[in-house]
Write a protein that binds this ligand. Sequence first.
Ligand code: GLC
Length: 765
Amino acid sequence: MIMNYGHFARDGQEYVITDPATPRHWYNYLWNDHYVSFTSQVGYGEGFAQDDLGRRAMLVINRMLYLIDTADNSSWTANALPVNQGYRNYRCTHGIGYTEIALEYAGIVSALRLFVPRADSAEVWSLQLTNTRSSACELKAIAYVKTAMDTFYRPQGYDLGGADFDPELQAVVSRNFVKFGSDTSRLMHGYLMSAEPVSAYDGRNDAFIGPYGHDLRPVALEQGGCRNSNCISEKICFALEQTVTLAPGETRELHFVAGVARDRPEIAGIRRRLLSHGGVAAEFESTRDKLAADIAGFSIETPDEGLNNLFNGFLKHQTSLGSRWARVRHNGFRDTNCDCECLGLFNPELAWERAKRIIAYQYSNGYAPRTFLDGKIIDHDYIDNTVWITFNVYHLLKERGELSMLEEIVPYNDGSESTVYEHLRRSVDFLWKERGELGLVKIWGGDWNDCFKWIGPKRKGMSVWLSIAWYLANKQFAEIARLTGRNEDAGIAEARGAEMRRIVNEVAWDGGHYLIAITDDGEKLGTMANEEGKIHLIAQAWAVLAGIGTDGKAEKAMDSVDRLMNTDLGCLMSWPAYTRQYLNIGDVSEKLPGVHENGGVYLHACTWKLAADCLLKRNERVQEDLEKLLPANFKWGEKHCEPYIMCNSYFPKEAGYRYATPGQSWRTGTGAWFLKAIAYYIFGIQPDMEGLRLNPCLPSAWRTCSIRKRFRGADYVIRYEQVDLGGCNRIRAIMVNGKPHGGEVLPWAPNGRFEVKVILGKHAT
Ligand code: GLC
């Protein structure tokens, strides 16, 4: 049975889940620059604050909103847990920046809405209660935060946490030792605060949940409410109880704020600002407006309703999450750069601010770390991270068209600084100098594939994919050098590029496709001569993206991909999957066959295939790639994942019972690059210094479609028409504001409005 458990609403700005028992938790992410939280359709999830060095204050480990009817002490939750309790009219609305869970139980209608305000390290919970009974009722509503603000209390540990109730703030406030922010001499406080005076509270987890209790069944519920417990050197919690009497038909609204703050005056400030009359409503509106504006710069209209909904809402929002928080569990360097680049397609100003923040983590020798977390820069020896800087800057430059971006000063992670241009120069130079015996770039502890850890620990092994990626970055760098009159640098880069092109095509070609790597001991990986892992998708797709193939090799490589790796769920990452541990390859061979990078349908890589098929103008393939990637498109078989957001992978047949189920959602580069594949490669909107260049390749079944894009202050509406379907994808004519237009670069003027019509046919005219 085809199950979407709900539907899109408001043109993709919301997904409404109508059955709480989805196959697994279906999440929404809510965040600002300082705080990120996620919540599923039953309120489950975490929330934490982060400082500039990635130190974290783990405020929320789970959240619950319990309801007790004082007449008979019966209880339920506004979360809809347990899911089988017989709630009526359940509806979870995941929106851009908020989630609301609504339900009815025993004649009481509840709506619990969560959002993260624009700037505070906090999340706001609003609970609306309506009595639909014919008689009055008295309810207790208890907000509960399971927390790690006691720095992860461990049983039998040396625990130092504490929490107590502050009557002025109407908040349970924790005292603890989280090191955070620039002034680490001060304690950080977690708190849960109520707008209205509370009737009881708890700060001690054992009092509220009980030493043998559980989030779903705290002892406090059996005992009729909170115990008024403070906490000394035990596991803390935050729980606040409100007693509410409701006449028949009456509605009341309660507000709680869970947050992290330096001191009590700061909490008092938040109380005055957010919890004063109308404060929450005003902040909610402003947050929603801001987030809508952040993603307004590009929208699409195609014959595929599911794609329109996904692209015009959550796909852009997911890209924005990645550009600030990639990948949430840590702060990935390549990941953030990659997502900033894609954010540039619809919000280049915001992308540029975020890009400079992440580029500042590069080392001054050109190398870049894998991530930063908990106050530390973490290398892991993945050598590719630095290559992503150039892609990021190049594309943001093309979007914004301001060469002055390259002269802006950005620090390195050791305190020195240089122009952005110099960051790029050191990046391409570093990788060029880190080449192995055959002239390919070395792989060290891994490249984009995090699980290639043991190919090059002796620093001899080489990465074919990274050599190809470097070729592209270096080509972009050469262009930038020419644009800024640095002709000597450009000349060097162009000569190096030609050399790398020759090397890749000579030493990394296997006859039908490109290898993926060469080990420390000179063993070739990704060749038909290997027993397993004979072919890897990313080297082939990137050969097309980078334009590195000579004599039709890249086209041939993509033919091999289609012949060997195509499945109903999408293209495999590698084929066949490794079935045993290879000590000269890496932990990819420790993953079960079909799991993620080990021959799974790894969707980030599939977006590169989609882009490559566009460049090769294979529009029947484009149609198929797209259908397989879309989470709610079941043409090739049902998928069991969130229909409104991209996940990192679908598990193929090899993965047994996990078939067609996803890996993690939201925290993946798939979303950002899927967006790019659609905007830049399918619609072919490819900004250049002189204007928007068109190079589309529409899916074979689309007759008409259109996009709207804001570009350097001008607005474009571009309508496409394929005049004869099937294998037709060349531009035959372009009309701008009703007049024929020569060339593929659209005109531009400040504040201009351009109505563009693009006719596509079998042959260019
Ligand atoms: C994960 C990581 C990403 C990496 C990929 C392949 O998605 O977030 O950075 O490149 O896996 O290993």
